[in-house]
Design a protein around this ligand. Structure first.
Ligand code: HEM
Length: 494
């Protein structure tokens, strides 16, 4: 009896200790979940004063990672717009949402009006690229500079990139390069379009910027560039094996090569080769000062990166859409044929030809709208401000989510349908069509990009046919949207 009682007591004691332990564990777990769930909010959401507009609706997800996993899940699926779609479902359709992305407290601007207000206010909203991007691009690069320094560099480089005179000078070389590439592709018959277009756009940009010879030398430089670009969106972990480490190493190689070109031009006193590098070497601002080597090299890096990646994917998707829409391809062919027939046989393309490619221009705009090569851009908030009835606190970041506007059915009916004809009558208001950004940091290469795309498409449409081997290949959206097979195509002359 005594023994049974003792056993019972022991069992009760054990079970009450176990109960206590399990209750404690549960309390701990719940506390941990509450802390992890609110950490970002406690750390970054300011307490608002009476009368101050509310923060945009939303939440900041889990500690440190925020909503990064939701973002990656959406962009690694075939439906990247579910990321914003889920916010709309949860919080309603509003111009701004609170979230936490890329390790930063963030307001997502998702309407034309909110995007316009952010992009047009360069005083409050400064460049806000993550650390890895800033380091890889360099501290004197466009993407990092602000205020007068940024304006000065923009003004200086624009001379070599914008306006008829600058573009006219590049047309013959780009046309020649396209023709050589297309002949070479025809001989190959089958290849990955992404790979070949990367080589083409890189040769164009290295030619325009530094008269770089094409062929193996450009391919070697491209290889270093590709490594460098991988680190742009990586975590800033500078340890062997990590993308960021490899990227910084490749950056050193690229710097050496560009520095060698600078040194040679100075030594031989042949600065001006009619390219952008020549202009950068000779340029003086109103105070008579020249750019430093660091400024020139960092500028070149940003241009060489910005100038070939986006153009590659834009040309590739225009080709895919045209192949999927025979009626648009036919209309394009007819337009391009009229332009060719108006020239003497063998006469090179002229600036006026490129300006008269109206339907092709609509095809390009529609491609840029659907594809969203740059789906969003970052800004840093330097002063607490109010946008569309919401407070955006100092220290936060804003992501201008162009993609949300470009796929908004209220702005673009049937937003996922490829309809170049919509551009005949549609005149977008500021913020409704921003594939090249908006405001003081908008793309400086827009004219060059459009010219390069138009010349390429003009020639390929007139003389070639192409067909994807896997027409239903899934799309990989990061870092840039592309079919997972690299867009493997059969390519032949018409
Ligand atoms: C289809 C092709 C292209 C697309 C879709 C594109 C898109 C963009 C976008 C969205 C921005 C704005 C970034 C921001 O707001 O923070 C931008 C900036 C920029 N782009 Fe492009 N781009 C293209 C081609 C080019 C080319 C060919 C060049 C070089 C000649 C270039 C050079 C630049 C530079 C230097 C900036 C930074 C401007 C600044 O910070 O002031 N881009 N681009």
């Amino acid at each position: 009896m005594g023994l049974t009682k003792g056993l019972l007591c022991n069992m009760l004691e054990i079970s009450s200790t176990a109960g206590w332990i399990s209750t404690s564990i549960s309390v701990l777990l719940v506390t941990l979940v509450v802390v992890l769930r609110n950490w970002n909010w406690w750390s970054y959401a300011p307490s608002l004063q009476k009368g101050q507009a509310p923060l945009p609706p939303g939440d900041m997800g889990w500690a440190v990672v925020g909503h990064m996993l939701d973002f990656l899940r959406a962009f690694k699926s075939q439906e990247p717009d579910t990321f914003i779609g889920n916010m709309i479902k949860r919080w309603g359709r509003v111009p701004l949402y609170t979230t936490h992305l890329f390790g930063q407290p963030t307001a997502l601007a998702t309407t034309a009006e909110s995007i316009k207000q952010v992009c047009m206010n360069g005083t409050v909203f400064k460049s806000g690229w993550p650390k890895a991007t800033r380091t890889v691009l360099g501290r004197k690069s466009f993407s990092v500079l602000e205020g007068d320094e940024h304006r000065r560099l923009r003004r200086l480089t624009a001379q070599g990139l914008q306006g008829q005179e600058a573009l006219k000078a590049y047309i013959p070389r780009v046309e020649e390069l396209v023709k050589a590439k297309l002949t070479n592709w025809e001989a190959l018959g089958q290849f990955k379009l992404v790979e070949k277009l990367q080589q083409f756009t890189f040769e164009v940009i290295t030619y325009v910027f530094m008269s770089y010879p094409g062929g193996p030398q450009a391919q070697e430089l491209l290889h270093d560039f590709e490594l460098m670009v991988h680190g742009l969106r990586a975590m800033a972990i500078n340890i062997p094996g990590f993308a960021y480490y490899k990227s910084l190493k490749a950056r050193k190689e690229v710097l050496k090569k560009i520095q060698a070109i600078l040194d040679e031009r100075r030594a031989t006193k042949t600065a001006n080769h009619g390219d952008v590098l020549g202009s950068l070497l000779e340029m003086q601002d109103e105070n008579g000062s020249h750019l430093t080597d660091e400024e020139i090299i960092d500028t070149m890096l940003v241009f060489l990166i910005a100038g070939h990646q986006s153009s590659t994917f834009s040309i590739m998707w225009a080709m895919i859409f045209l192949q999927r829409h025979p009626e648009a391809l036919k209309a394009c062919r007819e337009e391009q044929l009229r332009i060719r027939e108006a020239r003497d046989p063998g006469e090179p393309l002229a600036y006026a030809d490129f300006r008269s490619m109206n339907f092709l221009n609509d095809v390009i705009d529609e491609t840029l709208r659907i594809v969203n090569v740059s789906p969003f851009v970052f800004r840093r908030v330097t002063e607490t401000t109010q946008i569309e009835g919401f407070t955006v606190p100092k220290g936060w970041f804003v992501e201008n989510w162009f993609r949300a506007v470009h796929t908004d059915p209220e702005v673009y009916p049937e937003p996922y349908a490829f309809k170049p004809e919509r551009w005949k009558t549609f005149r977008p208001k500021a913020g409704q069509f921003s594939p090249f950004g908006l405001g003081n940091r908008s793309c400086i290469g827009i004219e060059l990009a459009k010219m390069e795309m138009s010349i390429f498409l003009h020639l390929v449409i007139l003389d070639y046919r192409w067909e994807p081997i896997h027409p239903n290949a899934p799309v990989r959206y990061l870092p840039h949207p592309q079919p997972v097979d690299g867009c493997l195509i059969n390519f032949s002359r018409l």
